[in-house]
Design a protein around this ligand. Structure first.
Ligand code: PMP
Length: 406
């Protein structure tokens, strides 16, 4: 395959790090990715050359910052193929995007007795906001269950959807299982019953090409820091027809048309949902991350990560007592596993001492852990810069650590 991973690695200075005297092997990309020079340079350029608060001032610095900031909205629109730039709202991250929809859509559309269908494999950030707002409105959460292999039991959807259902919340890709959920099919089923769908794309956009119009998603959320951008920046895509009906999420500067003590009128979308000074620097640097994803080609990244996934999975499966959670035929480069008789935390802590960074714990998915009746897993998650050599070193380290713990 013609994928120049060494060129990509050269963009990420941090990958040359040694930890505890060992070369860093960073397999915690599902939690957050490392940042390339392009992003670091964009951050520095903005701070050094043209920093100013956007949208309001009448001076060169603010104008230039505004232009660059708004150009990223166009980039995001194009990246996920939204119909219009006004449907792209900048948030702090996927969590804030979910909270925005839960609070605002919830305020407008939930009534006592309403139901929201939430999948069992969701990250807490796609469960708790719905619960909080369901409680406020006297609505109820209905679970869409997961099978043993880590797939959603979508066949149950026609039964679960009723006249009370107001929304379905589902991840495009699971942060624990790696399952790529059939969201297009879920959306089609939901739309037949006039139910909108909120898709948590936090683990998808950087790994698989996403076209929100083709999916026909009503809402789609993701975080820049998992896409080689910085933390503190996220996106909420929402179909115009929903966003225009939804009340503001937060009040403040930027989101208003006119304010008086008697009455305030609000801006049009997207500004209605962007109260206060946003993460100007982070959004502009996010533009550089999107450029890198597009230059490399998300479809090429996807193919490369599939190679890594297959390579690592076959080696892990050969290990005695090792169970992988999530064996759906359509998976992204996330492998959660446990080894019989060893606590995942011990494995993670010892792997760290060999330079391997993995995640251990419940991965903010307690209901899924309960489903499998486990306290947590070890999770290795790949990014665009990982290599098969790193997987070889990880396997050697893992075998050594298991011997020590056995
Ligand atoms: N959803 C999924 C599937 C995730 O993996 C994460 C991050 N682990 C989130 C939501 C939350 O993202 P953030 O913390 O960037 O808001």
């Amino acid at each position: 395959m013609n994928y120049d991973v060494h060129k990509i690695r050269s963009y990420f200075p941090v990958l040359k790090q040694e930890v505890y005297g060992k070369p860093l092997i960073y397999f915690d990309n599902a939690a957050s990715t490392q940042k390339p020079v392009q992003v670091l340079m964009a951050l520095e350029r903005l701070q050094n050359d043209y920093y100013g608060n956007i949208h309001r001032a009448a001076h060169y610095m603010a104008d230039k910052a505004t232009e660059e900031f708004e150009a990223v909205r166009d980039k995001v629109q194009q990246f996920i193929n939204a119909e219009s730039r006004e449907e792209i709202i900048f948030t702090k991250g996927t969590t804030e995007s979910a909270n925005l929809v839960a609070a605002s859509f919830g305020e407008q559309f939930l009534k006592p007795g309403s139901e929201i269908i939430v999948s069992e494999m969701e990250h807490h950030s796609n469960i708790v906001p719905w619960q909080i707002n369901a409680l406020r409105k006297g609505a109820k959460i209905v679970k869409l269950p997961v099978s043993e292999s880590g797939e959603l039991q979508t066949g149950l959807l026609p039964e679960l959807i009723s006249s009370k259902t107001k929304l379905i919340a589902v991840a495009h890709v699971s942060n624990v299982l790696g399952t790529v959920n059939p969201v297009a099919q879920i959306i089609e089923t939901a739309h037949k019953r006039n139910v909108p769908v909120f898709v948590d794309g936090a683990q998808a956009v950087q790994h698989i090409p996403v076209d929100v119009q083709e999916l026909d998603a009503d809402f789609y959320a993701f975080s820049a820091h998992k896409m080689y951008g910085t933390n503190g920046v996220g996106v909420l895509y929402g179909k115009r027809k929903w966003l225009e009906q939804m009340p503001p999420y937060q009040g403040g500067g930027e989101m208003i048309a006119e304010v008086s003590f008697e009455k305030t009128t609000f801006s049009e979308i997207p500004f209605k949902f962007e109260a206060g000074t946003p993460n100007i620097t982070g959004v502009i640097a996010f533009g550089a991350a999107i450029d890198l994803l597009q230059e490399t080609g998300v479809e090429n990244i996807s193919a490369w990560e599939q190679e890594l996934l297959t390579y690592a999975t076959s080696q892990l499966k050969a290990m005695e007592g090792l169970r992988i959670y999530g064996e759906a035929p359509k998976k992204s480069g996330v492998i959660s596993f446990n080894i019989a008789g060893i606590h995942p935390f011990d494995l993670g802590a010892l792997l760290d001492k060999t330079g391997v960074a993995v995640r251990t714990g419940h991965h903010c998915a307690d209901p899924l852990m309960k489903h499998y009746d486990i306290p947590g897993t070890v999770r290795a998650s790949f990014g665009m810069y990982n290599t098969k050599e790193e997987i070889d070193r990880f396997m050697q380290a893992l075998k050594k650590v298991v011997q020590m713990l056995a």
